[in-house]
Design a protein around this ligand. Structure first.
Ligand code: C2O
Ligand code: CU
Length: 486
């Protein structure tokens, strides 16, 4: 099977990667950083944000590529803990610009959320910041900067935060699948000239032209017939919504954005930026090949499976057990909920009056029409409720324990990955029609001209960001914040 990992994008290069030389490579896991210790004087882990090098391309095709990474690696070291542990990490900033770490998806203590100017001062070059927080939920999470993330994440600053269940599910092996797209030039260098390009900001965001899984070109994994894997998938790309198809594999979704769901068979995984999905994947009963393909364009292999050797067990296994529940807040109180519109506007082909074509009438008064003529020259091309960029006042102030429904009204021509900090929400209505509650997520993909109503219990006090995780959209104005008192 030929492997290519070209992706469509504004600067697509005609680069063809053949599988020769990769066939024998086993998918390497990024190294473990070690587990957080219990009580210690110093931090249990250190993450040093600094320049490094990574083999994003097969060596025959160029590189290594100069990146920025935690400890100079991409992905950065895995931060691994058990449910309820204290994670204790000291960030050292070896970059020439400020940075922070945000622990994406963790229902964290607000002071440790890593948002510059909202929850902490940015960490200046040469300085350190110690993050110390409890992890209430088991699941697959990730960490990344929240300062100039459109550049820092694109250069490679990200890593997985894995919180283990008390009872680990019964699988033969765990495989990480951290998908990213990079915009590389013909020499395999990060295309720096296009950082901050307004075309990207007003359209889909910065799309790359090279796919990596775990910071490497697509690999082949050797598995035995009937082997059961747990796959932790994450999308760390700035803007690309990946679509992965599972070819020749039996798979069940067992968690979404870290939160367990009843195991459901699946053949396709859509991952918006910031999202994660945990799968249980069974290799086929006979020797042969299988694959996970990236399928937003012409499908190509993102992870190949070579099924070989003696079967690990005589028969295929049945549906996996559900993961143990996380301690999410008690039931939503939809009858008493605070209803909040989040009217999303702007972007190319969207600065006209798209709001008038939306099916659902918003709950509050229509926000003022943004003055795009004045905003766009300042790089502000997206707005939430008529405001482009960080507003002075919170979107909503909720009392601790109150149920909040966010009505995401996407009056734009683009999908957006709406991420809320410190909480997980579930969609309870679409286009104004009640739906069976969807999985709890921290990042919700809202399609163009759709309304998605996501409900959560505001149980975590503090000031929290709410923004699009297409990082150019966030930087281009699609961000706000909310307050939980008490
Ligand atoms: Cu993963 Cu506010 O970000
Ligand atoms: Cu967006």
């Amino acid at each position: 099977m030929g492997l290519t990992h070209r992706l469509g994008g504004p600067t697509l290069r005609r680069r063809t990667i053949l599988s020769a030389g990769l066939a024998a490579t086993v998918l390497a896991l990024p190294r473990l950083a070690g587990r957080p210790a219990a009580a210690a004087d110093g931090p249990a882990l250190r993450l040093h944000a600094k320049p490094g090098q990574a083999g994003l391309l097969p060596s025959a095709d160029g590189g290594p590529t100069r990146i920025w990474g935690y400890d100079g690696l991409v992905p950065g070291p895995i931060v691994r803990a058990r449910k309820g542990d204290i994670v204790d990490v000291e960030l050292e900033n070896g970059l020439d610009q400020p940075t922070t770490i945000h622990w994406h998806g963790v229902r964290i203590d607000n002071a440790m959320d890593g948002v510059p100017h909202l929850t902490q001062a940015p960490v200046a070059p040469g300085e350190r910041f110690r993050y110390r927080f409890a992890v209430p939920d088991a699941g697959t999470f990730w960490y990344h900067p929240h300062h100039a993330s459109w550049e820092q994440v694109a250069r490679g600053l990200y890593g997985l935060l894995i919180v283990d269940e008390d009872d680990a599910p019964d699988v033969d092996r765990e495989i990480l699948f951290v998908a990213d797209d990079w915009r590389l030039d013909a020499d395999g260098r990060i295309d720096e000239g296009s950082f901050g390009g307004m075309h990207d900001w007003a359209h889909a965001g910065r799309l790359g032209n090279v796919l990596t899984i775990n910071g490497q070109p697509p690999q082949q994994l050797s598995v035995r017939p009937n082997e059961r894997l747990r796959l932790r998938m994450a999308n760390t790309a700035n803007a690309r919504v990946f679509s992965f198809t599972l070819d020749g594999l039996a798979a069940w979704t067992v968690a979404v954005d870290g939160q367990p769901v009843p195991p459901a068979p699946t053949g396709r995984v859509v991952l918006a930026p910031g999202q994660r999905v945990d799968l249980v994947v069974d290799a086929p009963p006979a020797v042969g090949e299988a694959a996970i393909a990236e399928a937003t364009g012409t499908p190509f292999t993102a992870l190949g499976f070579r099924v070989e050797g003696e079967p690990i067990r005589p028969d295929p296994r049945s549906t996996p057990q559900a993961l143990a529940a996380n301690p999410l807040p008690a039931a939503l109180d939809l009858a008493q909920a605070v209803q909040v519109d989040v009217v999303m506007e702007g972007g190319a082909m969207g600065m006209g009056p798209l709001r008038g074509s939306m099916g659902m009438h918003p709950h509050g008064p229509m926000p003022p029409v943004p003055d795009w003529g004045a905003l766009a020259p300042r790089g502000l091309v997206w707005a939430l409720n008529g405001v482009a960029g960080h507003p002075d006042a919170p979107l909503v102030t909720a009392m601790r324990g109150q149920t909040v429904v966010l009505h995401f009204v996407n009056a734009t021509r683009w999908p957006h990955a709406m991420h809320l900090h410190g909480h997980h929400a579930r969609v309870v209505a679409r286009d104004g029609q009640e739906v069976a509650p969807e999985p709890w997520r921290d990042t919700h993909l809202v399609d163009p001209m759709q309304v998605a109503s996501a409900a959560f219990v505001a149980d975590n006090p503090g000031d929290w960001m709410l923004h699009c995780h297409m990082l150019e959209h966030q930087a281009g104005g699609m961000e706000t914040w909310f307050r939980v008192t008490g």
